[in-house]
Design a protein around this ligand. Structure first.
Ligand SMILES: C[S@@+](CC[C@H](N)C(=O)[O-])C[C@H]1O[C@@H](n2cnc3c(N)ncnc32)[C@H](O)[C@@H]1O
Length: 212
């Protein structure tokens, strides 16, 4: 896992365990991301995501921050699901396009999430957000216009290495602004969202069950 700090709750799995937990298609994308120094989903979060979409069976999925496509692979639970995957990094999007060349149900967009959301006229019943953490509040604000009447929105790395619950004096300076923004967003969720769950694994996974 290429991230600048050690994930807060995550476990490290041996190569053999990874081979038991995942198929070759995912492992190729996971290893490719590692080789190119692209941040990639924590294995246990990936398995959770895969199990979540397999049971909820959403029709239209939006992924914000797809990187080279490792998490996209896990979201693709059925060939009939429609997936729009967005990333602002052209090299990563091109890697993903190359790897998913023959998957007609997945579209990769090189764009800023904010622009993509403004332009699309689709509604999504499942959204996975794994972009810059300090922007999560802003992204949530834009997302509301493109959610189906009932939708699930998952934000990865919500606890930001566990700092979300630390006192400010304990937080390294480089994370301070991000943690402040996330705390503000967390307070908004607590006040305004009826059903949400903050799961303590990986770097913390926020699951919002949205209903109009
Ligand atoms: C943690 S990585 C994604 C990893 C990917 N979900 C996976 O597991 O393979 C975060 C990605 O978000 C992208 N990103 C950051 N801010 C963005 C934005 N505002 N709009 C679109 N993509 C963004 C970055 O380019 C980066 O590839």
């Amino acid at each position: 896992m290429i991230k600048s700090e050690i994930p807060h709750f995550t476990k490290y799995f041996s190569v053999k365990t990874m081979e038991c937990l995942f198929d070759d298609g995912f492992l190729k994308l996971y290893n490719l991301s590692m080789c190119y120094n692209i941040p990639v989903i924590e294995p246990e979060v990936g398995l959770y995501l895969k199990s979540l979409v397999s049971s909820l069976r959403p029709e239209n999925i939006l992924e914000i921050g797809c990187g080279a496509g490792a998490s996209t692979y896990l979201l693709n639970y059925d060939k009939n699901v429609n997936i729009d995957a967005v990333d602002s990094n052209l090299i990563r999007i091109n890697l993903a396009r190359e790897k998913f060349g023959d998957c007609r149900n997945i579209n990769f967009y090189h764009d800023l999430a904010e622009n993509f959301i403004r332009k699309t006229d689709k509604k999504y019943d499942f959204i996975f957000v794994d972009s810059i953490k300090k922007d999560y509040g802003k992204i949530w604000y834009c997302l509301k216009n493109i959610l189906s009447q009932r939708a699930t929105v998952v934000f990865d790395d919500f606890m930001l290495y566990g700092y979300l619950f630390h006192e400010e004096c304990e937080i390294p300076y480089k994370y301070l602004a991000g943690v402040r923004e996330l705390k503000e967003f967390y307070n908004e969720i607590k006040q305004r969202v009826k059903t949400y769950t903050l799961l303590p694994f990986g770097n913390g996974v926020m699951v919002i069950n949205y209903e109009v």
